[in-house]
Design a binder for this molecule. Structure first.
Ligand code: FAD
Length: 435
């Protein structure tokens, strides 16, 4: 038996896996293909790269993802601890400064005496599996060589769909004669307020909270923008349009093609805002969310896109306030690979047919940063117990309700119950998750 566990993929799940195993004084060999090779969405040489939005979603315990984060805190998740340390203002959400976050995670992993990092793309795991435990955490953009081998080992057709990331802008290139700060609903003028009182309140709010920038549009501006958007050229148009698109991360140009008002009832919804220039609700509002600690970068909320870079520049610059916008990063569309977990994995994230092979992270079918971290934590604890031939941690983890639901969701059981627990206490959630 090898005296270490092999982890493939130094993303969010892989780093959490490695930390949880190392914490139990078991050696880890962590393979990461960057900087030798980058996926289409990764660009930073650090580990645990945040590829798109900087938001870890709600921090409220009345929300399923908030509850999950709290459980991860109690179970000593390294990545959630660092997310808390690198927090940037984002209302009730936990959003992080992406660069500081990845730097801190990388430092922790690099300095951990139980973890050896090997910067190589893994394309063949057969030798690794001989007398050793292997955990695959290579994410939605698992490189082709390894994805083919996973397909071969699992005996199933590879599953994949397509989703997309939004552009990130430099704040100092935004025109603040048009743009205004504020959260939905708290920004709008209250009935009892005079215009003067409202503007004074906005000025006070702005001094404390700049997590969202809003760009109001009138009808003409919106319709011109919509027309340009639906006519703009996308990357490999014919190819992507035939593929399966993930509804939760729908490219904005595809959503726009569903109808002229679809965006106004979706990401460009104006409800809860009044334009400070007119004191009236705009026809549509584009929101930008703070992306780094210095508040120098903002991402375009809901603007995941597959438009060509030149088209992103010209079409998105039609949005009032963005005429001179500088793009730090353009949106991209990407493949999303996952395995059929409900059939292939057992309760511990282990492949039923090859019990020394585990999976963690988005490749198991969970979606999102926090969910990927949580599956890394569970798989890491279970693999450590497996290494010692003692499954005590599995039980400990299964007693933690929201994590169990994530596991249950992956295994295809009780899926419909997920999320209903958001306003229940830990013990109630646990109770319900047993039935
Ligand atoms: C473009 C894009 C936008 C996204 N936007 C969001 C978002 O806004 N919010 C959200 O919550 N989630 C988002 N996601 C999902 C997000 O990727 C996951 O939530 C999370 O990063 C998954 O963690 P992971 O560890 O499973 O995979 P990743 O974080 O992707 O880590 C996988 C790692 O494995 C490495 N790797 C891949 N193949 C190999 C190999 N053969 N050998 C060695 N190393 C390899 C990669 O380089 C990478 O570092 C997005 C994903 C993409 C691709």
């Amino acid at each position: 038996m090898k005296d270490y566990i092999t982890v493939i993929g130094g993303g969010l799940a892989g780093c959490e896996v490695a930390y949880q195993i190392a914490k139990q004084k078991i050696k880890v060999k962590l393979y990461e293909m960057k900087p030798q090779k980058y996926s289409p969405a990764h660009s930073n040489a650090d580990l645990a790269e945040i590829v798109c939005s900087n938001s870890f979603k709600s921090n409220l315990l009345t929300n399923a993802c908030g509850l999950l984060k709290e459980e991860l805190r109690r179970l000593d998740s390294l990545l959630i601890r660092i997310a808390d340390q690198t927090r940037v203002p984002a209302g009730q959400a936990l959003a992080v400064d992406r660069d500081v976050f990845t730097q801190k995670v990388t430092k922790e992993i690099v300095e951990n005496p139980y973890i050896e990092i090997i910067k190589e793309e893994v394309t063949d795991i057969k030798d690794m599996l001989k007398d050793g435990i292997v955990i695959i955490a290579t994410g939605p953009l698992t490189s082709d060589g390894l994805a083919n081998q996973i397909q071969e080992l699992t005996g199933q057709d590879k599953l994949a769909f397509y989703d997309a990331a939004a552009p990130i802008l430099q704040k100092d290139s935004i025109d603040f004669d048009i743009a205004f700060y504020g959260d939905r609903y708290s920004q709008e003028k209250k009935k009892e307020e005079t215009e003067e009182q409202w503007k004074q309140r906005l000025a006070e709010q702005e001094r404390e909270e700049q997590s969202y920038i809003n760009l109001p549009m009138n009808q003409e501006e919106y319709e011109n923008f919509w027309k340009a958007l639906v006519e703009a050229e996308v990357v490999t148009l014919h190819d992507f349009e035939k593929k399966e698109i993930f509804e939760g991360c729908m490219p904005i140009e595809i959503m726009a093609k569903r109808g002229i008002d679809t965006l106004r009832f979706g990401p460009l919804k104006p409800v809860g805002f009044d334009d400070p220039r007119t004191a009236r609700r705009p026809y549509a509002v584009v929101q930008l969310r703070q992306d780094d600690k210095q508040a120098s970068l903002y991402n375009m909320v809901g603007f995941q896109t597959n438009l060509k870079y030149g088209e992103q520049k010209s079409v998105f610059s039609m949005i009032p306030g963005l005429q001179k916008a500088e793009f730090m990063k353009y949106g991209v569309m990407h493949r999303n690979t996952y395995i059929n977990s409900s059939q292939l994995l057992d309760d511990t994230y282990r492949l039923k047919s090859i019990p020394n092979l585990y999976f963690a992270g988005q490749i198991t079918g969970v979606e999102g940063y926090v969910e990927s971290i949580s599956s890394g934590l569970v798989a890491g604890l279970n693999a450590s117990d497996d290494f010692r031939n003692d499954f005590k941690n599995e039980l400990a983890v299964r007693n933690e309700s929201e994590l169990q639901m994530i596991g249950a969701e992956v295994r295809g059981k009780k899926t419909l119950l997920f999320g209903i627990y958001s306003n229940r206490s830990f013990s109630e959630v646990y109770f319900y998750s047993q039935y």
